[in-house]
Write a protein that binds this ligand. Structure first.
Ligand SMILES: [Zn+2]
Length: 484
């Protein structure tokens, strides 16, 4: 009996062993511009492939891969065909586990990326940035608990959004392919900082002198924004992952051009250190915008893209409020950014007045219609709700309502309209028919008046300005508009 139990548990352990996949990533001491990957797993099917992305290149991410080889349990090379789409196809499915290895050449910066190289991979003097999709060759539709180990040059550390199984500093467990395909990592002599809020951890990876000189500012900003959103929403993001702690990683490095991209729960930002004021503002705006998506976009998600104006536009509005709340923007710079960036863009888009913002596919060709237009809907609704309720209710209630009611099931445009009807205590059908489903321009000036903000035309420039004659009720609405 004892013996058979022992045999059974041994068989189980064997089985578990066969289910695991292990990766070891080596960055050689003498050449930081390559990564050598060795891995072992039991193939589920005949195809090895890399995750989505790099679609501008025929062979996608594998453009940067060389020396790929697969070895069977019998130590013999397993033949395969390199396919036109960048995947690798074994002629037969091997028995047992295989070992495979390859080299990733960090030359992504030599190519152009529509979303910027911040969503691909790059190197700096102090280390290397990889999106996991640029680094991992995988097999099978899904795998869980993937082991990843790093072998790095002396004095290097690695920042990833993954859990460590113990106190070992360079070994991690990735929960599944979904997590892996949207992960990012930075390995080098950069600075890693952790900001915690309950079960939520924000990991900052900062690199380069110029960025490190602003370390305190970035930490204060991240802390302030996290606190503002958590208070506003009434809790940390509710994401469907098994881990007890939700981790989000933010990488910030200097670059020639300010840019940013969100991948899953992670954010990759490049900042032009000598850039003008606007470029500094945009970098912070990108961070605070992508970060709010942890709630609006990830905790509660839309069914279809006819509510992109809500997802992107309302996020933009709360991004401005967050930057005002932490003191990065004051009333004047808030209004300036609204006028000189968002309104100007909206004004110069030929889609505005012709196309409906409920057409979500337009978000790439008509950014302004969706991102600025959606933001103006948020402002209009916030002003209207505050005005009708004597400033007792606001758009904040709408955001909390969505967070409380749609984290288990996704919402549609009707749900958004009903929530707004409820807060306005009045049907928004006409508003939706004209400005959201319809193509009419949003009369922003009319709504800003409710907060005693006037719209002035000066030499072709639109300026938003707080009226000098005070009005107590409107002042209350205005402080809600700026902040909370
Ligand atoms: Zn967004």
């Amino acid at each position: 009996m004892v013996l058979s139990l022992f045999a059974a548990s041994f068989a189980l352990a064997e089985n578990e062993l066969n289910d695991t996949s292990n990766y070891k990533i080596t960055v050689p001491q003498d050449n930081h511009k390559i990564a050598i990957v060795t891995a072992s797993l039991q193939p589920i099917d005949r195809t090895f492939y890399m995750f989505r992305g790099a679609n501008q290149l025929p062979k996608r991410w594998s453009t940067f891969v060389s020396n790929f080889q697969i070895i069977g349990e019998d130590k013999q090379l397993i033949p395969f065909t390199a396919m036109e789409d960048g995947s690798w196809q074994m002629s037969t499915l091997p028995q047992g586990r295989v070992t495979f290895s390859y080299q990733v050449n960090l030359e992504h910066e030599k190519y152009s990326w529509s979303g910027g190289v911040d969503g691909a991979a790059y190197s700096r003097d102090w280390g290397v940035f990889y999106t996991a999709r640029s680094l991992f060759i995988v097999n099978g539709e899904e795998r869980e608990n993937i082991n990843v180990e790093f072998d790095l040059p002396a004095h290097w550390q690695v920042t990833t959004p993954w859990e460590r199984p113990g106190s070992e500093t360079k070994r991690f467990i990735v929960p599944d392919y979904d997590n892996l395909s949207t992960s990012i990592l930075f390995a080098g002599t950069h600075k890693q900082l952790s900001i915690k809020q309950g079960q939520f951890e924000l990991l900052l990876a900062l690199g380069g002198e110029e960025i490190l000189a602003q370390e305190k500012e970035f930490v204060d900003m991240a802390q302030g924004v996290l606190q503002f959103y958590t208070d506003l929403m009434g809790g940390i993001p509710r994401l469907q992952i098994q881990d007890a702690t939700i981790k989000s990683m933010v990488v910030i490095n200097p670059s020639e051009k300010t840019d940013g991209e969100a991948l899953g729960n992670n954010i990759s930002i490049l900042i032009e250190p000598d850039g003008d004021q606007m470029s500094q503002v945009i970098a912070r705006f990108i961070f605070a915008h992508e970060f709010f998506h942890m709630w609006n976009g990830k905790s509660f998600t839309p069914q279809t893209d006819d509510t992109e104006w809500f997802k992107e536009g309302f996020t933009n509005y709360y991004t401005l409020k967050a930057l005002h709340h932490i003191g990065y923007l004051n009333d004047e710079s808030f209004l300036e950014l609204l006028a000189n960036f968002f309104y100007q863009k909206y004004d110069s888009d030929d889609g505005v007045g012709n196309l409906s913002m409920s057409n979500g596919e337009l978000k790439h060709d008509h950014w302004e219609l969706i991102y600025s237009g959606g933001m103006f809907v948020a402002i209009a609704q916030d002003m209207q709700i505050r005005s009708a309720s004597n400033n007792e209710k606001s758009l904040d209630d709408m955001m909390r309502f969505m967070f409380d009611n749609y984290t288990d099931s996704s919402y549609n445009i009707g749900d958004v309209e009903r929530a707004l009807n409820m807060l306005n205590n009045d049907s928004q059908e006409d508003f939706f028919n004209r400005y959201i489903v319809g193509t009419e321009r949003i009369p922003l000036a009319q709504y800003l008046e409710l907060a005693n903000i006037e719209t002035i035309q000066d030499d072709g420039q639109t300026i938003f300005k707080i009226r000098e004659e005070p009005d107590e009720d409107k002042s209350k609405i205005r402080s809600g508009f700026f902040d909370q």
